[in-house]
Unconditional design. Sequence first.
Length: 208
Amino acid sequence: MVVVTVKYIVFILRADNHGEGGILALTALATPIRPLAPSPRRWLVLLGVFGAALLYGDGIITPAISVLSAVEGLKVATHVLDPFVIPLTVVILVGLFLIQSRGTVSIGQLFGPVMLIWFAVLALLGVVHIAQNPAVLAALNPIYALAFFRASGWTGFLVLGTVFLAVTGGEALYADMGHFGRRPIRLAWFTLVLPALLLNYLGRGRSY
């Protein structure tokens, strides 16, 4: 909620560079070019390059983990499919990277309807489980988070590191502003993605 919704959707999306987003666009805003004059902010360029390197790392790790996690769901149905999880994951990833060269328009036309169905199913499954134990909705109260950090101290921040993958993709969302625009991203997040994810996460939590 804080990193993606407040930081990126509410604030960072305002910092566009002629309609473009991303860490390098943000760095260019902070370090304007001055011919024949050394910039006192040149250290910000190094931070921007470092941030871009982290984005590349995220682009490598996140798809692999996401696809692998999804395919591992086959093992829930039957352990007979265990030997096929890794090969099938590799095939899917190779196929995704092969079709990326067709451009964002073609990718959007292909995956747009799929993502709508995906998030609708996530929301529906969450609602079904929440209905069995509505008390789980109390997890939305930030007081519980504050109480957790108060009780655990610095250990609480280490725990946050174990769930960091929940917010990966936020930088990519900002970088995609040049393709989709600020308003469509915010509209999709607040009306579809965020509600679906919240309902699904809360639905999972009802069993705990």
